[in-house]
Design a protein. Structure first.
Length: 141
């Protein structure tokens, strides 16, 4: 049952926006060489490899939060902020091809979980690793 807040939320349209943005990132990243992914990004102390790894791990974290909202089974986004940082650091040095494949595969896993969400689950509260809470429909466009 939709309430006033839900009236403007269209899960399918939002997933289309997320998927289109992901495809733009993948198009750019697919042109990167191994040297390109080791180059600095615009984020302090992060290479492009860090950024791509972050995008992939963030998609996995988002998938876990969607699972939590859908099932009620508390599934943290990340084990901890330190674990998040370690995962990003560990993945940043991979080849350009491995990084692009990781972003592509994690995006597909996220989209699959997103499609499994019943309308009622979008208003269930979840909690991000940093402690803030919110409803699952935070992915609205």
């Amino acid at each position: 049952m939709a309430d006033e807040i839900d009236a403007g939320f269209d899960p399918a349209a939002t997933l289309e926006q997320i998927s289109a943005a992901t495809e733009r990132v993948l198009l750019t990243a697919s042109r990167f060489t191994d040297a390109d992914v080791r180059a600095p990004s615009l984020l302090p102390e992060w290479s492009r490899g860090h950024v791509l790894t972050h995008l992939a791990r963030n998609a996995d974290g988002g998938r876990r939060l969607l699972h939590w909202a859908r099932t009620g089974d508390e599934t943290p986004e990340y084990a901890s902020l330190a674990a998040r940082a370690e995962e990003i650091e560990a993945g940043a040095g991979r080849s350009a091809g491995e990084l692009v494949a990781d972003v592509r595969e994690s995006a597909a896993r996220f989209a699959a979980e997103y499609r499994r969400m019943p309308l009622t689950a979008w208003d269930r509260e979840v909690r991000w690793t940093a402690g803030q809470g919110g409803v699952a429909r935070c992915w609205r466009g």
